[in-house]
Design a protein around this ligand. Sequence first.
Ligand SMILES: NC(=O)c1ccc[n+]([C@@H]2O[C@H](COP(=O)([O-])OP(=O)(O)OC[C@H]3O[C@@H](n4cnc5c(N)ncnc54)[C@H](OP(=O)(O)O)[C@@H]3O)[C@@H](O)[C@H]2O)c1
Length: 332
Amino acid sequence: MYQAKAERYDSMIYNRCGKSGLKLSAMSLGMWHNFGSGANYDNMVDMVTTAFDLGITHFDLANNYGPYPGSAEENMGRILRREMSAYRDEIIISTKAGYTMWPGPYGDFGSRKYLIASLDQSLRRMGLDYVDIFYHHRPDPETPMEETARALDHIVRSGKALYVGVSNYTPEQTRQMAALLKDLGTPLTVHQPRYNMIDRAFFEDLEPTLSELGVGSVCFCPLAQGLLTNRYLQGIPADSRAASKSPFLNTNRINEDLLDKVRRLQAVAERRGQSLAQMATVWDLRNTLTSVILGASRASQIVENVQALSNRNFSEEELREIDEILGNKANA
Ligand SMILES: NC(=O)c1ccc[n+]([C@@H]2O[C@H](COP(=O)([O-])OP(=O)(O)OC[C@H]3O[C@@H](n4cnc5c(N)ncnc54)[C@H](OP(=O)(O)O)[C@@H]3O)[C@@H](O)[C@H]2O)c1
């Protein structure tokens, strides 16, 4: 069994998640890619234990992560059981339901039927009695939000999740869900939006609402799935996400315009003494975020990205230059 490093809490930063009592590591590890059924077990263990040794306590899953859907939870369950059972109380496990998981009308979106059945399945796959955070993964245009809120409240009261959150909800939907949950006596603890240098609008629009409501923010895709790194500067590596069968990162996105921006961003990063991946990670964290969820295909990427915490201040000039390169108007 794996033995965690004694110094694992020495250099990570832990941020309070909104107004809750929960602190999360400023960096989390996500299992959307590279933890599915074809993934190498030893490499997955290496990534999870390396992250934990560096102070990453938060591991982000969803019912549908794979492929096949559910296999990332099965693999994390295996890792927790075989390697890390001694550390369960030092670990935050998140999972979600909201996207298509099984056929028929009960395996998608936000009904009470779907959310409760899905979490029961997730717990079985991971071999856990409870998850720490359960998210509604996306808004449901049909189910009354009252029903989704009551299901989330029930999930907390039944002890199957300690905290609940939403993902991909607009500011107005977030406000509505927070009010419904508050009336039921269960706080909305966290929101999970996309946020990176290229894709900023969703979070920047949402952030004032989260601050006002005291809801934490755990942002995904800080590296734009690897585009904001040096990964594609010499072509498309065979072992990269773009070359994989993942439907989420198409090689069309890797065009000369993007590569030109990436090269110029890399020059800014180099002046800061960082890799582009490191700069993009801490660029997210310069904002009032609780945590960024990093993805990885190997442990060395996690080591590199966590090292960025030692240089997370930006000068006004650096921020302006990044904005100019990406054609964004300057933001605070
Ligand atoms: N709530 C939602 O709707 C939602 C949606 C999407 C994601 N998420 C969560 O967010 C997590 C992270 O998403 P993501 O994987 O897209 O995050 P990301 O951090 O933007 O991208 C991760 C990818 O970047 C590359 N990379 C990482 N570090 C690198 C480094 N130092 N140098 C070069 N390349 C590096 C790797 O690509 P290669 O694999 O090519 O090596 C890695 O797989 C997911 O696992 C999931 O938990 C949530």
